[in-house]
Ligand binder design. Structure first.
Ligand code: SF4
Length: 363
């Protein structure tokens, strides 16, 4: 149990908090990018334990939350077609689209299945040659290599009934967008450890230099996050802006080259719409033209689908660290995990779901 016990050690945590309290001299606003990190911060009450000068706001790193409404609508459209099996990660089934969600398509007889990996979808395609099997491939740089591998294998095997509705996101362009926003309040970032395990952290050097902002790659346990916060506070108090790696047990500067190579062979960088936020240039990955035979958008001709966000959901502000979920008028009233208005209330990594679980007065 080496890597659980020592990263949840209360004595170590208290020491880090006391160290920050000695060093901090003025207010700082820090953002964790990843929704998994948000949940750890809420679960362990870290935001309430650190010195009050340090404010934590939550970033756009929950893949289910930022997947565009159009993508959900396209998945619903495709899954409703006869002869199609749509395979998805579980969280995506309850994400509301414009008029329906995948759960309702399934309830009405559609063949919608939950998988933990795109390789399961590939197996379903091999076993059911009479059906068109579509994998809803969403996520950040973390899930992109496995998704890329499934398409590459399908192409190599000549598997004609497997395709992907791909909607991948890249973290660095989102940080750039936040830093260039006139309303930005964030002074330091905790970069997502799992994304950096794949991509390394060299790609954050330019951001840190150009915008004079400290960035620390952080893990997911409470001591990881306290250490990352402490490293950011140290830099800010000393007027430094550099990229540092707290998550050394998993992340190397150059990342995982074989994973990057399969991504580069299969995907190309494109503009991508983030739910609620809008299009961020060069912030996504799409399948290369040579894999068009496995691109569900092209096969099912749904590329032109557009959709409007519900006015009541302020998730765009939540995902940019401009509002906390409890500041949303619908929070825990009209929007709950059972009746979600927006994706951050559905996802296991969503900030609204984290506040609902750990910060409601009755929770
Ligand atoms: S509480 Fe619900 S409606 Fe409000 S921002 Fe979060 S997901 Fe959207």
């Amino acid at each position: 149990m080496k890597y659980l016990d020592e990263y949840r050690d209360a004595r170590v945590a208290r020491g880090l908090i006391a160290g920050m309290a000695r060093r901090v001299t003025r207010p700082w606003v820090l953002m964790e990018i990843c929704g998994g990190q948000t949940h750890t911060l809420m679960r362990y009450g870290i935001d309430e334990l650190i010195p009050p000068e340090i404010e934590l706001v939550h970033g756009p790193g929950c893949p289910v939350c930022v997947t565009a409404l159009e993508t959900v609508d396209k998945a619903v459209q495709i899954a409703s077609l006869p002869g199609v099996t749509l395979v998805s990660y579980g969280d995506m089934l309850r994400v509301p689209g414009s008029h329906s969600d995948l759960f309702h398509v399934k309830a009405e007889g559609g063949d919608v299945r939950v998988a933990y990996s795109p390789m399961e979808a590939l197996k379903i395609a091999r076993a059911n040659p009479e059906r068109q099997v579509v994998f809803l491939g969403i996520g950040f740089e973390t899930t992109a290599p496995a998704n890329a591998m499934s398409v590459w294998l399908a192409a190599r095997e000549g598997l004609k009934n497997f395709s992907m509705l791909a909607s991948h996101f890249l973290v660095p362009p989102a940080i750039r967008m936040l830093l260039e926003s006139p309303s930005n309040r964030v002074q330091g970032f905790i970069a997502p450890g799992h994304v950096c395990t794949v991509m390394g952290y060299g790609q954050y050097d330019e951001l840190s230099r150009k915008y004079r902002v400290p960035i620390v790659v952080g893990g997911f346990e409470p001591v990881d996050l306290l250490e990352a916060i402490s490293m950011l506070v140290t830099q800010l108090e000393q007027g430094q802006a550099a990229v540092k790696n707290q998550y050394v047990r998993s992340v190397a500067y150059e990342g995982n080259r074989p994973a990057q190579e399969i991504m580069e062979r299969t995907f190309e960088v494109c503009d991508r719409k983030w739910r609620g936020i809008g299009v961020i240039p060069q912030s996504g990955l799409r399948l290369r033209q040579e894999f068009a035979a496995h691109d569900a958008e092209k096969i099912f001709e749904v590329a032109g689908t557009t959709a409007e966000e519900p006015v009541e959901c302020i998730s765009a502000l939540v995902l940019q660290g401009l509002r906390k979920p409890v500041e949303c008028p619908a929070f825990a009233v009209r929007c709950t995990p059972g009746t979600p208005l927006g994706a951050p209330m559905v996802s296991g990594e969503g900030a609204c779901a984290a506040y609902y679980q750990f910060r409601r007065p009755s929770s």
